[in-house]
Design a protein around this ligand. Structure first.
Ligand code: GDP
Length: 367
């Protein structure tokens, strides 16, 4: 090739013919555009065929606060509903440190070994404040998170408890349509989220620890009343006698409660999530309960009641959202709040004024 640097005086240097520059934009990118926009039917088809990626994306739509996503998510849920309902839904609660994630990992592996598919969801209304959920976190369930037959999803983070719970409830529908036959809903046993979880599961499991003998004091009666089973975790090593004692305390306490509507007397068991002791017994209890309530009709009755409950919850949540997110109402409320604080208006007059303004803005007749 003719080039000044190819002159014989430059020994050891030669310039070769170059190759054409490739284009700066990868032409193949066109074939897989970013943020694939699937149609409702494509989502539904993907979910029904058990495609985990599409299921995940559909859950993201359910969790989104964009109105267009909301519409699409509702359409997907509607089409998945006829394929849903075929799982055993188990709510799992316990204070931080009780061993929820360790237990869910162990319980989950037990179910997968029997050929089941498990979805683990969570409700953690505090996650928005703590910037990221500690519940349903994959790193807390080491074995399960590597299993193709397990689907782990942390708590939806945005909004009120009602909103968060509704999204989890809708996610259950999608997971069931995708073929998961066990759904765990995890929550922290410290607030009101147990009521929300209780209203979407078939079996409510309360994880407790053996304490110093006064373990019953710290736990709210309401949570114990909701439980279909109480399990004392960490019954291993030196802790076994204490766990057995706690078991007796809880059993005695439960005997003082009236028989629940299900007709099932809640049982108290001890186990060790970490060492995998007593796991078979825990699941034997859950299955005996399910058989029992399926036979006496409570299973179906409770699910119907739950559907009704979620209809009203959804209405309440949307009405509340529509009211409080109205910018004029928000401005008016600041002013009314001040007037009530300064005793210039009564609470009732102020509330009425806010509601009348809202009804007028949305062209409802005044009431
Ligand atoms: P969570 O906050 O309820 O999810 O509780 P974790 O599962 O994170 O457990 C809290 C701590 O208790 C961790 O250090 C676990 O290793 C420990 N732990 C959990 N289950 C058991 C158990 O069965 N036996 C013992 N000895 N420790 C356990």
């Amino acid at each position: 090739m003719k080039h000044p640097e190819n002159d014989p005086k430059y020994v050891g240097i030669s310039v070769n013919k170059g190759v054409a520059q490739p284009p700066t934009v990868n032409p193949y990118l066109k074939r897989r555009p970013k943020g694939v926009k699937r149609t409702v039917d494509e989502y539904v088809e993907g979910i029904l065929s058990g495609d985990r990626v599409i299921l995940s994306q559909a859950v993201t739509l359910v969790e989104s606060s964009l109105p267009s996503h909301f519409e699409k998510a509702q359409a997907i849920i509607e089409k998945c509903l006829p394929h849903a309902g075929n799982s055993i839904r188990v709510g799992i609660t316990g204070v931080p440190g009780a061993g929820k994630s360790t237990s869910i990992d162990t319980f989950g592996m037990h179910l997968l070994e029997k050929g089941h598919q498990l979805a683990v969801l969570a409700i953690d209304p505090s996650s928005e404040l703590s910037k990221g959920s500690i519940l349903g976190d994959k790193t807390r369930m080491e074995r399960l998170s590597n299993e193709p037959n397990a689907f782990i999803r942390p708590s939806p983070s945005a909004g009120s408890l009602g909103g968060v719970a509704r999204k989890t409830r809708e996610t259950i529908v999608l997971c069931e349509a995708a073929g998961f036959d066990y759904v765990f809903v995890e929550t922290v046993g410290v607030g009101q989220s147990e009521t929300a979880v209780h209203s979407m599961v078939d079996f409510f499991l309360l994880i407790q620890l053996a304490g110093t003998g006064d373990e019953l004091q710290g736990i709210k009666r309401g949570i114990m009343e909701m439980a279909d089973g109480i399990v004392i975790n960490k019954a291993d090593g030196d802790n076994i006698p204490k766990a057995k004692m706690a078991q007796r305390h809880y059993s005695n306490a439960l005997h003082l409660f009236p028989l629940p509507e299900s007709g099932w007397s809640p049982e108290v068991l001890t186990y060790s999530g970490y060492y995998g002791l007593g796991i078979v017994e825990v699941w034997d209890m859950v299955h005996r309960y399910i058989d029992f309530v399926k036979q006496n009709g409570y299973f179906t009755r409770k699910r119907k009641e739950q559907s009704k409950y979620w209809m009203f919850e959804t209405i309440n949540e949307r009405l509340r959202g529509s009211f409080y997110n109205d910018p004029e109402i928000a401005r008016l409320l600041v002013q009314l709040e001040e007037e009530v604080l300064q005793s210039r208006k009564s609470s009732f007059v102020a509330a009425r004024e806010a509601l009348d303004t809202y009804f007028a803005r949305h062209s409802f007749p005044k009431k």
